[in-house]
Design a protein around this ligand. Structure first.
Ligand code: PMP
Length: 447
């Protein structure tokens, strides 16, 4: 263990970690990055197929983002949006976001992260309904295995049971329905019927609770941290129908999917969803600086404005000038380099084709992909899709073997997931697949 790793083990508590295990073996020290590769302190190269934490969409060497931050830090390193003030980066970025987000979303509330977006959502949704005199419309419906952040409110909205267990007293009036996880939970193989059944659980829940009690439904277009759960095509149109039929706000958490991940600016476009609130973070700055935002549909914004009272909510870093400057540069870069069109026409189809090759591997029960987000399911018997015993920690083994073979791929149980940078080239996709196959072979040999 190097001295720095030692310092880290002795003094740093890491997110979502078992401190006993981690401190004994020491964390991997990532020292530098270039393009889509990161390097540890021993110079070991790893193709970062997770884009950091689903965020470095333009890779690690995007000079205009660095320049934008530097310039802004020199000019106005900090100011806030409280007390009736603003600054040029926040004003410019709000206008730009209104232009690139789906039609009808013309106001933004800036936050510092995805979790803060979802805290904002809870407040905003309740403020909206109470302004309309519907104080009882308080319950938010979410989904099991959803991830909406790690603050108490984010974790409460999320459907991760391990997080709920450690959060004695989760935020009240949040309930969860089942997720549209075809591979794991569809028994008869009829995915479209399964998608409809899962969507209709929303209707059943609204009817059970009473329409006058339900404020909103929140969901990720594709569940990311839950294991890249790509819903059947039947799912979203039915959810939209239900939200339209009952007076329920639709909150779409695009913290992962926003900014090109699914081949459009927003997955709401990919799935033809009409969000009332849309959460974004991560890809908004390609992860170079922390920033998030909640976009608000005009009819909701009108009510918030008509309230004519103070919305008692905000963060020190809401609309941080350097973060906003980076976001503007990030969007400009995506536009001027035509990244999304290129992705949709060339890179994403190529990635899908290559990713599907992994389904031929004896360890893989399913390979699924949408745009630039993908998963494989590791199984002991691919004719029956039987899982390995949990204690074998096959996913973790595979993740470690990926790292050895020079690839960062994440394990969610025995589901392996990736979310490569949007600037990945065909050649780099070949390398990603080659390293993934190598890691799968090594994992299989070890079992
Ligand atoms: N929502 C979704 C869909 C996410 O994936 C995440 C983070 N992975 C969050 C919210 C929370 O974002 P943050 O970690 O920036 O608070």
């Amino acid at each position: 263990m190097s001295q720095l790793v030692q310092y880290d083990a002795e003094h740093c508590f890491h997110p979502f970690s078992n401190y006993h295990d981690l401190n004994n073996k020491g964390a991997r020290m990532i020292e530098r990055a270039e393009g889509i590769y990161v390097y540890d302190e021993n110079g070991h190269e790893m193709l970062d197929a997770m884009s950091g934490l689903w965020c470095t969409n333009l890779g690690y060497s995007c000079e205009p983002l660095v320049e934008a931050a530097t310039e802004q830090l020199k000019k106005l390193p900090y100011y806030n949006l409280f007390f009736q003030t603003t600054h040029p980066p926040a004003a410019k970025l709000s206008k730009l976001l209104a232009e690139i987000t789906p039609e009808g979303l013309n106001h933004v509330f800036f936050t510092g992260s995805g979790s803060e977006c979802n805290d904002t959502v809870i407040r905003m949704v309740r403020y909206y309904w109470s302004t309309l005199g519907k104080e009882d419309k308080r319950t938010i419906i979410s989904r099991k295995n959803a991830y909406h952040g790690s603050t108490i409110a984010g974790a409460s909205l999320g459907g991760m049971s391990a997080m709920h267990k450690q959060t004695a007293g989760v935020v009240p009036d949040i309930v969860h329905i089942d997720q549209p996880y075809g591979f794991g939970e569809c028994e008869d193989g009829d995915l479209q019927a399964f998608g409809l059944e899962r969507a209709r659980q929303l209707e059943a829940k609204i009817l059970e609770l009473g329409e006058d009690k339900v404020a909103a439904f929140i969901a990720e277009p594709i569940q990311g941290a839950g294991g890249v759960i790509i819903p059947p095509e039947s799912y979203w149109p039915e959810i939209q129908r239900i939200c339209d039929k009952y007076e329920i706000l639709l909150v779409i958490d695009e913290v992962i999917c926003g900014f090109g991940r699914t081949g459009e600016w927003f997955a709401s476009e990919t799935y033809n969803i009409r969000p009332d609130l849309l959460c974004m973070a991560k890809g908004i700055t390609s992860g170079y600086l922390p920033l998030g935002g909640v976009m608000v549909r005009d009819n909701v914004a009108d009510v918030l404005i008509s309230a004519n009272s103070e919305f008692a909510h905000g963060f020190t870093y809401s609309g941080h000038p350097a973060a906003c400057a980076v976001a503007i540069a990030n969007i400009n870069e995506m536009q001027s380099r035509n990244i999304i069109a290129e992705l949709k026409e060339t890179i994403a189809p190529y990635f899908a084709e290559k990713w599907q090759e992994l389904s031929e591997h004896p360890l893989v029960g399913e390979a699924r992909v949408k745009g630039m987000v993908a998963a494989i399911e590791l199984v002991s018997d691919k004719t029956t899709n039987t899982r390995y015993k949990k204690e074998l920690e096959v996913g973790m083994k595979c993740r470690d073997n990926c790292i050895k073979s020079g690839l960062i791929m994440r394990a969610v149980g025995d589901t392996m997931i990736v979310s490569p940078p949007l600037i990945i080239t065909k050649k780099e996709i070949d390398l990603l697949i080659e390293r993934a196959k190598k890691a799968l072979d090594t994992t299989l040999d070890s079992l």
